[in-house]
Write a protein that binds this ligand. Structure first.
Ligand SMILES: Nc1ncnc2c1ncn2[C@@H]1O[C@H](COP(=O)(O)OP(=O)(O)OP(=O)(O)O)[C@@H](O)[C@H]1O
Ligand SMILES: [Mg+2]
Length: 469
């Protein structure tokens, strides 16, 4: 996926440089500017997706800049930084279309979270636009691929698939898919859509927690021109986009309470009104929702409306966690290994029995997604013809068992213990410096420098290939 481009405009170099440093480490592509004019030319040159903008800038105030950049680049998302006491300014900024704001002094984490929220939102927008362009064209290959991509032999997973296909056949029934992170809720929802009479229409995935609060209503129901300052064009909302198709409400438990009532009305009446208009527009969508939370508990806590809950879960499909259906681990592993080998043009490695055993003993907090990430990692790092237990790093207790050095530290002398750890890591990886560096959580260059500085001897078994390149 393309890196998100972020522009930071703040008059304090200290702030722009610090933010740049931290955000680049998190794989954003970062540009900085310290004056408005510098900022404008950066916008023109790099077309970033997100701008972080200080409300107090010498020469031109942040609100004027916000107004100008939103006028020139309506799709740019702007996160404002405000000093304290600027509350009026903040409210004004949100009205003018800023998507979020952060108050000074802030932690890097605050900025990162704000960007991630915005990034999710941008991604969703582009997926929806693509869906609208495609509208009715879902190829036959795609349809058949989707089902093949859902792998599993356990009775539980067969039951899940059976229910999904029944829901697909019906076409209208609302479905709630529940399950832990990474269990396959979205893929099952797609199977339901593409297996249904609605397959020629849009599958619109929407994650309301990624949408800035001020935009929620207009994102779902659309708006007419001039409905608010930022509404320069009229715009369809998700309900209209997904008309005749499926609206996939991901992470439904996070939907703000106020929106829940409006959503319920739209579902019950099959009609919506765009923000700023009184005209009723008929819409007809199937709702598939997903959550990893316990909605009943949220109902008890008055965070989720019971009437909405009853509307969305005519059928509930629960996907059990991978640890409760261990017989699926082997076929899913095979499936990923085959797919990744094909994609990388590599020969498919064999899978050792010991590896299966190790994975079957693991609790998989991240479920199938975690397994896929592990396979990807192992297939990048391992050059063997067989995938072995040591190619897979596990989290939590298991992980510490695997990585815990068998050596004892000696006193508290850092340098001395550094040497011990480095030697141990090298021993564990058969003197493979790259993998040893990984185990230690340092870069390969840092590893090389330390080996040189400490004079650690690299004794290889004769006949092994050199990995020092
Ligand atoms: N049974 C399965 N067979 C093959 N691939 C699967 C299976 N279940 C999940 N996956 C894959 O695992 C990854 C995670 O699945 P998905 O995104 O559908 O999970 P999710 O439940 O929506 O996760 P989250 O709660 O984090 O949103 C995807 O790459 C998906 O293709
Ligand atoms: Mg999901």
């Amino acid at each position: 996926m393309k890196e998100l481009k972020v522009l930071i405009l703040d008059d304090e170099t200290r702030i722009t440089e610090k933010l740049k440093y931290h955000l680049e480490k998190r794989h954003f592509s970062v540009f900085t500017a310290n004056t408005p004019n510098e900022g404008f030319s950066m916008l023109e040159e790099h077309e970033p997706g997100v701008m972080i903008l200080d409300v107090m800038l010498p020469g031109m105030n942040g609100l004027d800049i916000l107004r100008k950049v939103k006028g020139d680049y309506p799709n740019l998302e702007v996160i404002m930084i405000s000093g304290y006491g600027d509350m009026d300014m903040v409210i004004q900024a949100m009205r003018e279309g800023a998507s979020d704001f952060i108050r000074k002094p802030f932690q890097i984490m605050d900025i990162q979270l704000a960007i991630e929220r915005t990034e999710k939102f941008l991604k969703m927008q582009s997926r929806l636009e693509a869906a609208e362009d495609r509208e009715v064209l879902v190829s036959k290959e795609l349809e058949s691929m989707i089902e093949k991509d859902f792998v599993g032999i356990s009775p539980q997973i067969r039951q899940v698939l059976k229910m999904a296909l029944k829901a697909a056949e019906d076409g209208d029934v609302n479905v709630l898919v529940t399950g832990e992170n990474g269990t396959g809720k979205e893929i099952i929802s797609r199977i339901i859509h593409y297996g249904s009479p609605r397959k020629k229409h849009v599958f619109a995935p929407v994650n309301s927690s990624a949408i800035p609060e001020s935009l929620l209503e207009s994102e779902f129901f659309g708006h007419v021109k001039g409905a608010f300052t930022d509404a320069r064009e009229e715009k369809k909302g998700y309900f209209e986009l997904a008309n005749k198709g499926t609206l996939f409400l991901d992470e439904i438990a996070d939907m703000p309470y106020t929106l829940q009532a409006k959503l319920l009305r739209a579902i019950e009446e099959n009609r919506i009104k765009r923000v700023g208009s009184n005209k009723e527009i008929p819409v007809e969508v199937r709702i598939i929702s997903a959550t990893n939370k316990n909605i009943e508990q949220l109902i008890d806590e008055n965070k989720f409306r019971i009437d909405l809950f009853h509307r969305i879960n005519t059928i509930e499909i629960n996907i059990p966690p991978l640890r409760e259906r261990k017989e699926d681990i082997r076929p899913i592993l095979e499936h990923f290994v085959t797919g990744i080998a094909r994609k990388k043009g590599k020969k498919k490695p064999a899978i050792s029995g010991a590896l299966i055993q190790k994975l079957e003993g693991y609790h998989f907090p991240g479920n199938v997604r975690e397994l896929r990430n592990m396979v990807e990692r192992a297939m990048i790092l391992s050059e063997n013809e067989v995938l072995l237990p040591e190619d897979f790093l596990l989290r939590g207790n298991e992980a510490s068992k695997v990585c815990k050095p068998t050596v004892k530290v000696e006193g508290l002398n850092l340098e001395q213990n550094e040497r011990i750890l480095i030697e141990e890591a090298l021993k564990k990886t058969d003197m493979n410096q790259t993998r040893a560096a990984e185990l230690l959580g340092i870069s390969r260059d840092a590893m090389k420098r330390k080996i040189k500085k400490l004079g650690v001897e690299i004794v290889k078994e004769i006949g092994r290939e050199d990995d020092n390149n």
